[in-house]
Design a protein around this ligand. Structure first.
Ligand SMILES: *Cc1c(COP(=O)(O)O)cnc(C)c1O
Length: 455
């Protein structure tokens, strides 16, 4: 007889994965290599090590090693907040009156409030190992900056965060959490970097973008001795660290004989989705099992569903290596969407390749429908979700309602990446009925595409 599935499945500390899984090892067509923007040739380890810590640069370029040991110090930090629970959404299933079984993996149970801590602690560890003084980064909504500040505090590293100006002003609480953990937070674009001064001159009064903040953080790293740049998403190394989410999920599923049919995640730069699906995708790539994977993005920043698969700059200042990815163009500045973590113009090159090969699907959803799903979820399942995570909730509810129509008993699994505690201004807009849905026109997108480099 099948065993009863508890509302929450908690793994024991001993069941915490000891290795990360690198899905690139099982991909027949590897993601296209990063290119040096100066020479147009694939970046070398030497070149990449000027920007990133050497060990992380190695992970970035490693398309072949399937399993990479998680260093003991990182494992012991993970034990402070992992394994994270896999929850059976019994209440939601009942409320939707669906035959579908719904599960979600919740990553919001740490002070930073999201999955980003899984990678920030790894990146801080390798920086410390290399004897660096500190790291620089950008943050949009603030989750990554917060996660990095926590990780740097743990290892005693200096942490310089360039925070997109509109968030710096609208999210004073996140800013103060970062400062409490010892980070130095600068609104971007700023006068402290050459690229920041240039952007300010060209677009006075701009409220900033992730692309600008990345350029400033990279410049700050390469011009300061003993500093390297770290990034919280998009990169293949970040997907590797985030595979901890998928590995734990797979262990929990195997233990209770749960076989997901559909796996859903929100997609900003692709790190939580990539991490959640990686081990399942590995099984699919090796022909051991089949799953339907769905990336969910905001209709206001639709890189997979409306972008081009092309080489592009990762930042507005064009200082980073070029990546082949689904992109809206590095000059694309999305309308002020309240899911700040989903506003990046591009997408992980690993997920981009999987999507191009038809191994993963993508859909876009509009903001007000996302907040309606968030509100429904909060009232029914108890947890107040982050707006980013709510994109996945919306898609999962849609799939469960389809099952209600067809009578199919599908198992739906989604990533609940974080809590919405710091997003109450957005919830306020929604509650007041003042939230709008802005969808870029083809002309808006054409402007972004016009800035794509010719390779
Ligand atoms: C940053 C963030 C995301 C999106 O980033 P990915 O790299 O696409 O995972 C999603 N949810 C939350 C809560 C975030 O903080």
């Amino acid at each position: 007889m099948a065993q009863k599935i508890p509302y929450k499945i908690y793994l024991s500390e001993d069941e915490l994965p000891k290795q990360w899984y690198n899905v690139r090892a099982d991909m027949k067509t590897k993601p296209a290599p990063l290119l040096n923007p100066g020479t147009g040739k694939p970046v070398t380890l030497d070149e990449l090590s000027q920007i990133f810590c050497t060990e992380l640069a190695k992970q970035e370029l490693d398309n072949d090693t399937a399993y990479i040991d998680i260093p003991e110090e990182i494992l012991s930090f993970y034990r402070m907040y992992r394994p994270s629970p896999l929850t059976r959404a019994y209440f939601l299933e009942k409320a939707l009156d669906t035959p579908a079984k719904i599960y979600y993996k919740f990553e919001g149970n740490n002070t930073s409030g999201s999955h980003k801590l899984n990678s920030s602690i790894a990146q801080a560890y390798y920086a410390k190992q290399q004897g660096l003084k500190g790291v620089t980064t950008e943050t949009g909504a603030g989750q990554w900056g917060t996660a990095l500040a926590m990780a740097c505090a743990y290892f005693g590293l200096d942490c310089k965060v360039f925070m997109v100006k509109c968030s710096y002003e609208q999210k004073p609480f996140r800013r103060e959490v970062m400062r409490t953990y010892g980070a130095d937070v600068t609104p971007s674009p700023s006068e402290t970097t050459e690229v920041g001064r240039k952007i300010l001159k060209e677009f006075p009064g701009t409220s900033g973008s992730l692309g600008c903040a990345i350029s400033e953080a990279v410049e700050c790293a390469v011009t300061n001795e003993g500093y390297r740049y770290v990034l919280g998403s998009v990169l293949s190394q970040v997907l590797l660290h985030q595979s901890i989410i998928g590995l734990e999920t797979m262990t929990a599923c195997d233990k209770y004989d749960i076989k997901p049919d559909i796996i859903i995640g929100c997609a900003g730069g692709g790190s939580n989705l990539g991490g959640l699906i990686s081990p399942f995708m590995g099984r699919k790539l090796r022909g051991e099992a089949d799953y339907q994977f769905i990336a969910v993005e905001p209709a206001s920043c639709p890189s997979l569903t409306r972008g081009k698969y092309a080489y592009d700059y990762c930042d507005t200042g064009k200082v980073c290596p070029l990546a082949k990815m689904y992109t809206l163009g590095s000059g694309f500045i999305p309308s002020p969407n309240h899911a700040g973590g989903l506003r990046y113009h591009g997408m992980s090159s690993v997920l981009s390749e999987l999507y191009a090969e038809g191994l993963m699907e993508a859909k876009s959803v509009e903001q007000t429908s996302v907040f309606a799903a968030a509100q429904q979820f909060a009232r029914i399942e108890g947890t107040l979700p982050a707006p980013e995570s709510s994109h996945a909730i919306k898609a999962a509810i849609d799939e469960a309602l389809k099952c209600k129509e067809t009578g199919e008993e599908k198992t739906i699994l989604f990533g609940l990446t974080g809590t919405g505690y710091f997003d109450m201004v957005a919830y306020q807009k929604f509650n007041d009925g003042q939230m709008t849905d802005y969808i870029p026109t083809d002309e808006d997108l054409a402007k972004g595409f016009a800035g794509l480099p010719e390779i």
